[in-house]
Design a protein around this ligand. Structure first.
Ligand SMILES: Nc1ncnc2c1ncn2[C@@H]1O[C@H](COP(=O)(O)OP(=O)(O)O)[C@@H](O)[C@H]1O
Ligand SMILES: [Mg+2]
Length: 290
């Protein structure tokens, strides 16, 4: 009997989004989007460019105010918060376009992430007064730990802009982890990475989940999503196109059509009946049991 992918019990809802809609002028970027992220899962969010994936992150993290809908996270209504309150509630994210303090070192970037959660706060870190000295040492030690955790401890004292692309992405993840999140939302973390960096990233994401943090993953690489995620939400033109287990979603004719065009759906459906699916996810198959 094989062990489950995670020692965590998945199932209890962590985040419940209902009827989220967001409009930019005449463009409906999100329309009536509902889904649920369960504790302990890696939840995939996919869809063609412009489908509304980043907009959904921006609504969830209070950067955008939706016209309608709600997003409940551990009993807190996220859409009523200010952006700076989000991390404090246990939701941390990375950005599709890397946002680091490029002139600061990797270590300093992570320390800033952590100061959200310390009593002294950013000001204390800047003036370095007596009252904050002990805390400062703790924050620095923790930041070093996090850099090691994501695999870039050896570049702790290098400025962020000098790091390789893959290392900058991992630094962003370390900074997000520094806020101590229950849910980590990653916006295309593998974008621009080479295949070997992507393999390392995948292992990191799986380690994060195994350590008790639920992961929401926007990803373009269909194979990566289908192999890693427990459940998947597919957006197209701001609407939910498909939602479920990876093996359900990838067989959904609407998804195949959106990705591969008309005609491909029928061909693939016929193949699926005759051949085993090499993109199936064993852990998701287990969680499919009622
Ligand atoms: N701040 C904004 N102002 C106007 N239009 C926006 C804004 N943000 C996103 N959009 C539009 O909303 C749609 C969804 O964008 P986005 O959420 O970035 O898609 P995805 O991340 O799935 O590629 C796109 O058509 C995009 O041009
Ligand atoms: Mg995007």
């Amino acid at each position: 009997m094989s062990a489950p992918a995670s020692s965590l019990q998945t199932g209890e809802p962590l985040l419940v989004a209902q009827g989220l809609s967001k409009r930019f002028g005449g463009l409906q970027a999100l329309k009536d989007v509902s889904f649920e992220i369960r504790k302990g899962e890696i939840f995939g969010l996919i869809g063609p460019n412009g489908a509304g994936k980043t907009t959904l992150f921006n609504v969830m993290t209070a950067l955008y105010i939706p016209e309608s809908g709600s997003c409940n996270f551990q009993g807190v209504e996220l859409t009523r918060l200010k952006p700076h309150q989000i991390a404090d509630k246990g939701l941390a994210r990375t950005f599709q376009n890397i946002r680091l303090f490029s002139a600061l070192t990797a270590l300093e970037n992570v320390m800033i992430g952590q100061h959200l959660r310390t009593k002294a706060g950013l000001w204390g870190a800047v003036v370095r007064n007596k009252a904050t000295r002990d805390e400062e040492a703790r924050v620095q030690a923790r930041a070093l730990e996090l850099l090691d955790y994501v695999g870039i401890g050896h570049v702790a004292n290098e400025v962020a802009s000098s790091l390789s692309y893959g290392d900058q992405r991992r630094l962003e993840i370390a900074r997000a982890l520094a806020t101590g999140p229950a849910l980590l939302a990653l916006d295309e973390p593998a974008a621009g990475m080479n295949p070997s960096e992507t393999v390392v990233l995948r292992a990191l994401i799986e380690k994060i989940r195994a350590d008790g943090i639920t992961v929401l993953l926007i990803e373009h690489d269909m194979k990566l999503v289908m192999n890693m995620c427990d459940r998947v939400l597919v957006l197209e033109y701001g609407q939910v196109l498909s939602y479920g287990l990876p093996q359900e979603v990838q067989r959904d004719p609407r998804v195949i059509e959106a990705y591969l065009g008309k005609g491909a759906a029928q061909d693939l459906a016929q193949q699926a009946d005759s051949a085993p699916n090499n993109l199936s996810n064993p852990s998701a198959a287990e969680s499919a049991q009622p």
